[in-house]
Design a protein. Structure first.
Lengths: 206, 206, 206, 206
């Protein structure tokens, strides 16, 4: 059988780029569970969905609206896999933004503090629910903006993620219970700004 | 007052790249209404949302979850503006895909026909409702895939649109009533494949 | 095979309670297309979904998240069928609210005008998109309120619909194009207030 | 100022109907946090939204689509408050369904086991995400069915909740981490079936 890239997905999980025992204020148990169960669960689910899509597409009798139920799951799981990989890769740092990325963000938001205020407020507003806060570069409008996502199926159009903060409760309940604000503080302390800087540079070329 | 790019948006509508009186099977009245009222309405709405966000961010008393209601509208309207601009720009052609873009699509989907079958089926499944069918290049996974979107807030993660088909009913009801299948046929007859080819080339560099 | 009511649905469309050729400002063509294609489409889709659910439930190998894709479609199509039946049944009148229903609404909203202002504004805000405006009686909170719905899967918890206005574009594009405000005016002219009054009385007993 | 019931909401939380220290397999810490922070947070948020709606409605310059952002939050928070009250009230029992409610459920689903199989499978499919599983009586179709909800804004049309299982991660992460299946087992052990039976009786009269 010929390989069809559009109906394939990764077989393995992308390893953590840092030692989960060494984050500041985020437990190894939380990070390992998040990586293995939530990110890992979506990697497996995406593979299942793609297999079912290939079969359903080959079947002329599949009603189109039923086919789309699988395509919705495809969108959702793709979002989960991609945003989780961005998320883990932008953790493991010391939380200190370098001059270049500070300037890029300040240029877009008026000041670095304005950006941080909005990003944190959006996180606070998602506490107790589900979703993501994404600093992204919109390739179409050429803007660096913060985007609110209510679930994995949401996503800003034509946008490359620069910094991703998971606000699903599996990101913090195990360590902080309902205290999402403490998680947001911990997230900021562990941002891997070198990776953020790399993404800013890469996105600017798109 | 200092300019803050992240809280600004375009003041004007992007003009149509083709003569709306000359599409095959899509009336000038439909295209003009779609461009002016639906795309144009979102351009205006996005400007209003951004202004309200700037004011709300400056107000420490804005509850975070209320702030996020505006950020959700920001996501939704950004999607509407960006996808509509992609949509109109990929219309106005003769519907004949060139060898290069046919090959790129066939490489991803096994065959060009498999791609077209899925893209059309997804459109059919959205008939009578709302949403988009997007052929996109996922910069993170390096895959060319078709994505289902249920509304403007949906969007594939880290993906650049290659071909966008609007399935909101304002795209076809005026000409075809509930006969979405006729609209999909007409859409395919008017695809501007040179623009699609340009986007494929551009996305590959991201 | 034993009948399983939870996995069954109606085989036929509920007939219109009025002559679609005689509404004020809403064409017979629009109403017939809406009833047959959009409402009728959901009646058929719901039957298909229920059949697939029964089969998938009997199969132990169906992944739970794939099963839920069908349950989401079940929720969506149930909403479409129920709200459409409420909608058509609250059309065909002369648009003149009687004293009793005016009083019930005024008691809840401070004045009948306040209710109408909110209901119409919500409709205007849904123009160009999808969704419903529902005046409903919340059996749990014992409140009469207006609810915004963005699609058929949305719905107010524990609430019986009293007056339903469809804001999907198939409700008006054929007659009014993008001019949703004209449709809202026409909707109000055709409200069957006797049916609304009947529902208020019935809901109060729940 | 005249009281306007439609723009008011409850000032206080509905107390737990059971001693949270005495559930089987669900910790007092989990239940108290869930009740106070998640349910309680929505009670406060709903009050805030209603106040802002009353102000925004009185302001003629509020754009309709911005008004609807608040109405979406109104829908979402109403769902959260109502479903949480149903949820806590259907906990605190011994998990043993009585003959009457078993028969009502068996009549609808073919067998009580079929119902339980679907209800549990839907819960499993929601693990790691957000949403609710609702056994509800649809007053319009006169059916007892299980409904999938992806968030608090979702809801089955014209339906009274009979049994509600919260699948937001705040319902279980604190006790079980990502092991949603263990939570579902614990939920079933604590169902207050007398309350379920009461709701079935009450719904049948609607």
């Amino acid at each position: 059988m010929t390989s069809i890239p559009a109906f394939e997905s990764q077989a393995t999980l992308k390893p953590l780029s840092f030692d989960p025992a060494k984050l500041a204020g985020l437990s190894e148990r939380l990070i390992r569970s998040h990586w293995e169960n939530n990110y890992g669960g979506s990697v497996k689910a995406l593979a299942t969905v793609k297999k079912q899509l290939a079969e359903a597409l080959a079947n002329k009798d599949t009603p189109a609206f039923i086919y789309n139920d699988l395509k919705r799951e495809h969108l959702l799981r793709t979002g989960s896999v991609v945003f989780h990989e961005c998320y883990f890769d932008n953790l493991g740092g010391n939380g200190q933004a370098g001059a270049n990325e500070r300037k890029a963000i300040a240029d877009a938001f008026g000041s670095f503090d304005t950006w941080e205020t909005e990003f944190r407020r959006m996180g606070a507003g998602l506490g107790g629910g589900s979703g993501w806060v994404i600093l992204g570069f919109n390739v179409h409008t050429r803007q660096l903006e913060n985007y609110w996502l209510g679930d994995h199926a949401h996503g800003p159009a034509a946008t490359l993620p620069i910094l991703a903060m998971d606000m699903y409760e599996h990101s913090y309940q195990m360590d902080f219970g309902a205290a999402a604000a403490q998680y947001i503080d911990a997230f900021f302390q562990n941002i891997q700004w070198e990776e953020v800087a790399r993404r800013i540079g890469s996105a600017a070329k798109a």
